[in-house]
Design a protein around this ligand. Structure first.
Ligand SMILES: Nc1ncnc2c1ncn2[C@@H]1O[C@H](COP(=O)(O)OP(=O)(O)OP(=O)(O)O)[C@@H](O)[C@H]1O
Ligand SMILES: *[C@@H]1O[C@H](CO)[C@@H](O)[C@H](O)[C@H]1NC(C)=O
Ligand SMILES: *[C@@H]1O[C@H](CO)[C@@H](O)[C@H](O)[C@H]1NC(C)=O
Ligand SMILES: *[C@@H]1O[C@H](CO)[C@@H](O)[C@H](O)[C@H]1NC(C)=O
Ligand SMILES: *[C@@H]1O[C@H](CO)[C@@H](O)[C@H](O)[C@H]1NC(C)=O
Ligand SMILES: [Mg+2]
Length: 596
């Protein structure tokens, strides 16, 4: 009996012993290690890089991404770039008193920059760019007197730049580009040394560093007042179609990027606004000629010009980044859409015609047909097929009840095929550059057709080669596109992913409900993923949602909006995935969001 008892007690005692040893070892980890462990606890997903951080180690000095001072064993560097880390940055990071270098860039961190960072007074470099950080820039950063490099660009930071940062007299590089910052750029201290490229891509900054006069002039600005704040809202119909204008000078070599996150038309209204604009009749009266592709338009030039002269405000069906669209109804009952682009500069004609020739040669079931163009001395008129269903933008945001699950899938499929055709089957390949819901048009059967492909490139300013008008709405643009202004097939794939999310959610990419949280639709998705709630992105008013195809579609969209272009699939692959995983509905397992 006694022996039996002993045998039973042994394992129990052993457990207790092991437990105490463990507790002791956990207790034994240095305070810096403890701070890093709570930093890790706050992270909800990653590529697994942090799994090697073991709580039982005496200090974190051998952990991946961590460097310590060899004598004091205090953490001096935390470098976790590009590891898909998602979650908030724990305020406990402020306990790393001897931290000199913090590199968390190109991850999916969201939430605020912890003000506790202001406690790490030895910090020399902070790199947080390329995340989804939101909220204000903590003024406590002004306490970091050793700071030499601060890069918090490409996040969703809002508010103004705290004047306390002007005290950082050792600061060499400073970058707050591509955020949602507003207000005057402080002019005191080191701030007088920074130039435009530190501030590009913010909605509403002003100050002499960027040559934008502040409204109240407290920033002490200069003459050139191309302030995005002077944006106007001519009709107030569409709300969130901001525009990004990238322009740069080859000689200076500086990239000037001004994000105009404004109501549509702010840029165009000034340039081509009604008050100073010419009428269409004036355009075509002075020696205009019509070029028709493939004899596609069964009319004479004269017929068309006569018709064009009758067009006026009543025939306008929309206004976008490049001009105004009119409905052109011919006498035989055929209807076309006429896009009028006011000529932007000289020396643009030959290039324009060459490009148009290419665009006019592209025919595909899921692309809007360009029928011809009218080359008038004062403007360019493009003649497209008219699509009776209007744009997906209107369909989704003004009459979404007509779009059930099946219709939405079908639209996504059509848009994917159209885009895949441009990327993979055209020669030369065509990057759309402006994928968004207003450029997906619908026919009367709600079949999608991609429109305006190639236009963004066409309307680039040819003379200064790196001057680009990035014609896309803010929320659709891939992070690397915002940073460089360089479009690739993969930047289109990103925009397509955003489009899928828009179709699923019924919300515009920069819907106020996302902006309130300091996010856009991709940031919101990333947040939902980390909570494993991504299905919640679906529009509750969408009928007939089918869970399996939803999951498959979400997985495609998630890949498309990946922050690094290499992780995004090609459009070819997207079409394959949609066909094999999404469009093969499984008749069981219906999920009706309206029931229960
Ligand atoms: N071929 C067409 N058929 C029917 N409606 C059209 C056609 N083309 C354009 N539209 C309508 O005109 C509106 C304005 O189009 P437009 O292309 O000028 O602007 P946008 O698509 O919002 O922006 P962008 O200039 O970047 O393309 C569209 O939203 C759509 O409703
Ligand atoms: C930061 O410093 C303040 C004041 O010195 C202190 O109250 C706070 O606890 C510190 N926070 C962290 C995370 O160390
Ligand atoms: C840090 O900065 C904040 C705000 O800028 C200030 O109130 C605080 O006194 C500073 N703390 C130290 C220790 O300098
Ligand atoms: C601006 O930069 C110059 C050299 O690049 C430096 O000497 C000067 O101190 C800086 N000005 C401020 C206010 O930091
Ligand atoms: C700031 O970052 C942007 C990209 O977000 C880049 O285009 C710009 O050149 C950077 N500016 C400086 C001064 O490093
Ligand atoms: Mg368009």
């Amino acid at each position: 009996m006694g022996i039996c008892l002993m045998k039973r007690q042994w394992p129990w005692l052993l457990h207790v012993l092991v437990f105490f040893i463990l507790i002791n070892r956990i207790r034994a980890i240095s305070p810096d290690g403890e701070a890093l462990l709570s930093f890790r606890i706050a992270i909800v997903s990653s590529d697994g890089f942090l799994s090697q951080w073991r709580p039982e180690d005496p200090d974190p000095c051998k952990w991946k991404g961590v460097t310590c001072d060899s004598k004091t064993k205090r953490v001096t560097t935390l470098s976790l770039t590009n590891h898909k880390l998602s979650g908030p940055i724990s305020p406990d990071i402020g306990k790393l008193e001897h931290l000199r270098l913090l590199m968390l860039h190109n991850n999916n961190f969201y939430g605020a920059i912890p003000s506790e960072l202001g406690n790490c007074t030895e910090l020399q470099g902070i790199y947080l760019q390329g995340n989804y950080l939101s909220g204000l820039i903590p003024s406590e950063l002004g306490n970091l007197t050793s700071l030499q490099n601060l890069d918090i660009s490409s996040n969703s930071l809002s508010g103004s730049i705290p004047p306390s940062l002007g005290k950082l007299d050792k600061l060499v590089t400073f970058n707050v580009s591509n955020n949602f910052l507003v207000g005057p750029i402080p002019s005191q201290g080191v701030f007088s040394n920074y130039t435009l490229s530190s501030f590009v891509g913010n909605r509403d900054l002003c100050g002499k560093q960027i040559n934008v006069a502040c409204k109240d002039d407290s920033g002490g600005a200069t003459t050139n007042s191309q302030s995005p704040t002077s944006a106007q809202n001519p009709a107030g119909k569409k709300k969130y179609s901001g525009r990004l204008l990238i322009s740069a000078s080859a000689t200076v070599g500086a990239l000037l990027l001004v994000a105009l996150m404004c109501f549509w038309g702010c840029f165009l209204y000034k340039k081509f606004g009604k008050n100073e604009g010419r009428t269409l009749a004036m355009d075509v009266s002075g020696g205009a000629s019509i070029v028709m592709f493939h004899g596609d338009l069964p009319y004479t030039s004269k017929d068309i010009i006569k018709k064009l002269e009758t067009l006026n405000e009543e025939h306008v069906i929309g206004t976008g980044g490049f001009g105004t669209v009119y409905k052109l109804a011919m006498d035989d009952g055929n209807v076309f859409a006429l896009k009028r682009i006011v000529k932007m500069n000289e020396g643009f004609d030959r290039f324009f015609e060459r490009e148009l020739e290419i665009l006019g040669s592209i025919k595909h079931r899921y692309l809007v047909n360009l029928r011809g163009y009218c080359n008038s001395p004062t403007s360019k008129l493009l003649i497209y097929d008219f699509l009776a269903g209007g744009s997906l933008d209107e369909a989704l945001h003004e009459r979404s009840e007509q779009l059930d699950w099946e219709a939405r899938l079908n639209i996504i499929m059509g848009a994917a095929k159209g885009l895949a055709y441009l990327h993979h089957d055209c020669s030369p390949r065509i990057i759309h550059r402006d994928i968004k819901s207003s450029n997906i048009l619908l026919d009367s059967n709600l079949e999608a057709r991609v429109s305006d492909f190639g236009l963004a490139k066409l309307l680039e300013d040819e003379e200064s080669h790196i001057t680009t008008i990035v014609a896309g709405t803010f929320g659709y643009l891939a992070p690397e596109y915002m940073a460089s202004g360089r479009a690739t097939e993969k930047t289109d794939v990103y925009s397509f992913g955003v489009l899928v999310l828009e179709v699923l959610s019924g919300k515009r990419p920069t819907d106020a409900s996302f902006i309130e949280k300091g996010l856009n639709i991709v940031g919101w998705l990333n947040f939902l993923i980390t909570e494993n709630r991504q299905r919640e992105i679906v529009d509750p008013n969408c009928e007939g949602v089918q869970v399996e195809s939803l999951d498959a579609l979400l997985s495609v969209a998630i890949q498309c909006v990946s922050s690094s272009p290499e992780d995004r699939p090609t459009m070819h692959r997207v079409v394959q995935l949609l066909e094999s995983e999404v469009m093969t509905p499984c008749p069981s397992d219906f999920y009706d969001s309206n029931s229960d």
